[in-house]
Design a protein. Sequence first.
Length: 124
Amino acid sequence: MKVGFAVQGNDGVESRVYDHFGSAPAFIIVDTERKDVLTVNNQDLHHVHGACNPIMALDGKSVEAMVVGGIGAGAITKLNAMGVKVYAAGAPTVKENLELLTQNKLEELSINSACRAHQGECGH
């Protein structure tokens, strides 16, 4: 499975998960079968608020799941339409979240749980 992570910077599996998908500086994509780790700079970093384009952000790379610190309803809807499940990070790093994901311990997000980490400050 290919799992994407919105991250603060490129530290491989030690990268820290970023607070919000659309404004993440980069994404780490981990192929859990091959153990490959790929870093992708956010190609849609400077989008209009609420107009995030996940395909552009991921530079056309495909994933089956995305782990985020926070995300808006529009991005969740677009990712789900691409067949991508979106999960709330349960730990600070990619490595820790991969372990939680394999144990089915990460919460799958829906549009009703968008921006849960940004209650009161998120404009989505």
